[in-house]
Design a protein around this ligand. Structure first.
Ligand SMILES: Cc1cc2nc3c(=O)[nH]c(=O)nc-3n(C[C@H](O)[C@H](O)[C@H](O)COP(=O)(O)OP(=O)(O)OC[C@H]3O[C@@H](n4cnc5c(N)ncnc54)[C@H](O)[C@@H]3O)c2cc1C
Length: 394
């Protein structure tokens, strides 16, 4: 496909790269070592307008297309701070597109605008201790008490969970798929959050376990229509999966670059290791895989721009393919580095453990296969559900 990036995207890339070089790279190792998710980076990203690149100007964004988001994601992947990158995109591309799509003007002013400005941190709370892939199994309850909802339950693995000022919370308001989205202020009495420690990777990301005990949520904080939450989520998650495909692609490209560089520096048996055919061919294969990931992810972005969340088949395929294949590229980059690939100093150990999440988060590979097989084997149409989500007749 033709290069989708315009001069405007290139200018954005230059200014964001400078931001990353000044504000992130000098501190990256320290944050990783101390498992720090730096709050001030959210504030600075917001001040500089980097959160709002692909949001409309009416809500404080810069009104660019999704390729602007791709530009930011690609530069973030090059920081090799997978955790922080995930926290930043869990703020921007998980809860905020939902508020942008279905929020009231008041909700957009109160939550979306300050979040894009970096004044409030956002999270999306779907997963529970006993319900991850099976979103229909969610039991966190929002009881309709007339003038407010009463929320009781728990959430698990929520990115930005202990830092967030508000959470777009998925709650049960009826049987089956009757879920509703609430914008939940984390200063609500009865709420508590504990940081999840001992993760394999994503150390620069805040992950929380959340508890809700008789929390009162005003009716004004219902996002979209009551009981339609499941369908809103299905629409929204497509964007999340797209960004995951992009991040995976660039993480693999970063690792390939490291492998090529190292293969020219390291010598064994009196020659550069990059002269061994077996390693040259490995790098050729890695480059093919990176290009395949890029083609797939870019095609998914282009299709999403054209038809929206109905690009579900391509997006699911892209997410499944990139998350598995990117991991293989990083695995091979570690191999090419020999013992140093196993050490923190070269960054590949970090890249591997962070990218390992990609086949699990935003829908596991098995769930992607399930969606794809339903579409290609059972000829299942998701269109009706998307129409339902928009409140149209089905
Ligand atoms: C670091 C981190 C950050 C996260 N951030 C967030 C966040 O911000 N917000 C949020 O809501 N969630 C978040 N998650 C949760 C994540 O989305 C879930 O972990 C993921 O969806 C899988 O759910 P689960 O862990 O309950 O696994 P399970 O659903 O229990 O799956 C276990 C295994 O069973 C397989 N399986 C399940 N169903 C099927 C099926 N139908 N067919 C075949 N195989 C199946 C899965 O593929 C997997 O291999 C995060 C997770 C982590 C680790």
């Amino acid at each position: 496909m033709a290069n989708p990036f315009t001069e405007e995207h290139d200018l954005l890339r230059q200014s964001f790269r400078k931001f990353v070089e000044i504000e992130m790279l000098p501190y990256a190792d320290e944050w990783e070592k101390n498992h720090t998710c730096p709050r001030h980076i959210f504030e600075k990203m917001g001040e500089q307008g980097f959160f709002g690149v692909s949001f409309p100007t009416e809500v404080g964004g810069s009104g660019m297309d999704l390729w602007a988001a791709v530009t930011i994601a690609s530069e973030l992947a090059y920081t090799n701070l997978g955790g922080l990158a995930m926290s930043l995109y869990a703020h921007t591309y998980l809860p905020l597109p939902l508020i942008n799509a279905i929020g009231t003007p008041e909700q957009k002013e109160k939550y979306l605008r300050p979040a894009l400005e970096g004044k409030k941190i956002a999270a999306l709370g779907i997963t529970e201790p006993n319900a991850g892939s099976d979103v229909g199994g969610i039991i966190t309850k929002a009881e309709d008490m007339g003038d407010h909802f009463l929320v009781n339950g728990a959430k698990m693995w929520i990115t930005n969970g202990t830092m967030a000022d508000f959470i777009v919370l998925v709650t049960r308001t009826g049987p089956g798929h009757n879920l509703s989205l609430l914008i939940f202020d984390t200063d609500t009495p009865g709420f508590s959050a504990v940081r999840v420690e001992n993760k394999l990777g994503m150390h620069t990301s805040d992950t929380g376990q959340l508890y809700f005990e008789n929390c009162k949520v005003p009716k004004a904080n219902l996002l979209g229509e009551k009981d339609f939450g499941f369908y809103y989520l299905m629409n929204n998650i497509q964007e999340e999966r797209l960004i995951a495909s992009i991040m995976g692609t660039y993480a693999a490209e970063w690792a390939l670059g490291k492998a090529i560089q190292y293969s020219k520096e390291r010598e064994a048996f009196g020659r550069q290791i990059g002269k061994f055919q077996v390693l040259r061919h490995k790098m050729a294969q890695m480059a093919i895989t990176v290009e395949a990931c890029r083609s797939f992810a870019f095609r998914a972005v282009a299709e999403f721009i054209e038809v929206g969340p109905e690009a579900i088949q391509t997006i699911s395929m892209s997410k499944a393919f990139v998350s598995e294949e990117a991991l293989k590229v990083i695995h091979d980059a570690i191999q090419i580095h020999g013992g140093w690939g196993y050490h923190e100093d070269y960054g590949l150990a970090r890249a591997w453990r962070d990218t390992r999440l990609m086949t699990i988060g935003a829908g596991t590979t098995e769930v992607m296969h399930e969606i794809i097989s339903k579409m290609i084997v059972d000829d299942k149409q998701y269109k009706r559900q998307f129409l339902k989500a928009r409140g149209q007749a089905v």
